[in-house]
Design a protein around this ligand. Structure first.
Ligand code: TRP
Length: 433
């Protein structure tokens, strides 16, 4: 237990930390590849509409819960009503399952930083990727190293660890991203790449694209597992929640689009199909980077910025479960971090082995890695978000009036929170299953 409830030392630190949480593998890896698979510009428009009008509701809701109860996810739901404590634990379970595959990706990133920094660039990335990801030792050790690097920050505390890490890493990340995007814009594939992103082709429209866009619009903002409740619980008293939420949405989207601007010109320069799927960033992209001028420099920059985005999200994932363990089991932050790191390490080993020794072990026709990704993003995340909205909307007395007043936003928020968001998500969840 911490004697005094920690607080972000400034409003800017709070915003940077939430951006650090939101901007991650979801922006650099997931967004470009699903945009590639779903037809580019039309997907982008749908996604923008959903994130601005829809995702903002559960996001504000989590931040409000954090600000109101000033505690972790489990204790917050327990305080709303003892009946809901189990739900707080479900959020924590989700946040423990996510890193099991997220940190495996973190391990791969470390590997790629190494090969570009040391200029040991393989000729064929398809073989290289399947070669190292199917080993036993390398993927496990790398994801453990990534886990250790992440755990240092929650271990050190909110101000000395989490806040400092974000304040240092996020600006470097931004500069590197801009450098990479400018570099990509000098390549011959720029025109085609940008047309793919910004010129809609309405013949590509289909409903499953909307569902994918919605899933991404929740995942990318770290909604649905109490992470924003936790970061929100450290905010200063006079913080404006709506403004903070839109600032976060603005920057998260800006990063996702800039990541597209960085990736698609490279993709089109080599005439590779942007629909390469999940391997876009680990096979197609490095292969192309390797053929471009200054490969070791830009390859390293790309994977280092990817690393910063992943670790700042990893920190917020860990902090969510750490703060719950601290309060629920009355243990120190350090003990809670160590326990959580051990749990995650044990769970992530099977996911790290899912490309090698365990590749034939299938749950619902998926490898362990793919199953964890699917179960968290497509099932637990929408399910949790539905419950967060319903509990906040129906069980916290006039949450919207207290926080947003009788304004247009307040009224809309209330209706969205109680009816529209849960109903749409129930539909999405059922359609997904
Ligand atoms: N938003 C993160 C990304 O885009 C991923 C994420 C999902 C996350 N849920 C989270 C991060 C909870 C921190 C906490 O990559």
């Amino acid at each position: 237990m911490e004697k005094e409830k920690p607080q972000w030392s400034s409003h800017i630190s709070f915003i940077i930390a939430t951006i650090g949480s939101a901007v991650g593998v979801g922006n650099i890896w997931r967004f470009p590849y699903i945009m590639g698979e779903n037809g580019g510009a039309l997907f982008l428009i749908t996604y923008l509409a959903l994130i601005v009008l829809f995702s903002v509701v559960p996001l504000c809701c989590e931040l409000v819960i954090g600000k109101t109860y000033r505690t972790d996810a489990v204790s917050a739901f327990e305080q709303i009503n003892k009946k809901f404590k189990w739900f707080g634990w479900l959020c924590v379970l989700t946040v423990i399952l996510i890193p099991c595959f997220y940190f495996v990706v973190g391990g791969w990133i470390l590997n790629y930083i190494w090969i570009f920094l040391t200029n040991n660039i393989p000729n064929n990335f398809t073989n290289y990727f399947s070669g190292f990801s199917s080993q036993v030792f390398v993927p496990c050790i790398l994801s453990l190293i990534f886990l250790l690097m992440t755990a240092v920050f929650p271990y050190r505390g909110v101000n000395k660890g989490i806040e400092k890490a974000n304040n240092i890493m996020m600006p470097i990340f931004a500069v590197m991203l801009i450098v990479m995007a400018i570099y990509a814009l000098t390549l011959p594939g720029t025109k085609e790449g940008l047309a793919f992103m910004f010129k809609p082709d309405f013949s590509e429209f289909d409903t499953s694209m909307i569902l994918t866009a919605l899933g991404q619009a929740l995942f990318t903002l770290s909604i649905g597992m109490g992470a924003m409740i936790t970061y929100g619980s450290y905010m200063k008293e006079n913080t404006n929640i709506v403004k903070s939420a839109y600032t976060l949405i603005f920057f998260d989207t800006l990063v996702a689009i800039t990541a597209g601007i960085m990736i698609f010109p490279i993709v089109f320069t080599f005439g590779v199909k942007p629909t390469a799927g999940a391997t876009l960033v680990f096979i197609s992209l490095p292969e192309m980077l390797a053929k471009l001028p200054f490969a070791p420099v830009f390859g390293s920059i790309f994977f280092i910025l990817f690393f910063f985005s992943a670790i700042t999200s990893g920190i917020s994932i860990l902090e969510t479960s750490v703060s719950s363990f601290m309060n629920q089991f009355k243990i120190t932050r350090q003990k809670a971090t160590i326990i959580n790191a051990i749990i995650i390490a044990i769970f992530s080993i099977p996911a790290a082995l899912a490309f090698g020794p365990l590749k034939d072990f299938k749950i619902l026709d998926r490898t362990i890695f793919a199953f964890l990704d699917y179960a968290t993003s497509n099932i637990l995340l929408p399910f949790n978000t539905i419950l967060i909205c319903l509990i906040a909307g129906w069980c916290i007395k006039s949450l919207w009036k207290t926080n947003f007043g009788e304004t247009f936003f307040g009224y809309m928020f209330n209706i969205m929170l109680k009816f529209i968001v849960p109903l749409v998500l129930i539909f999405v969840l059922l359609a997904g299953i």
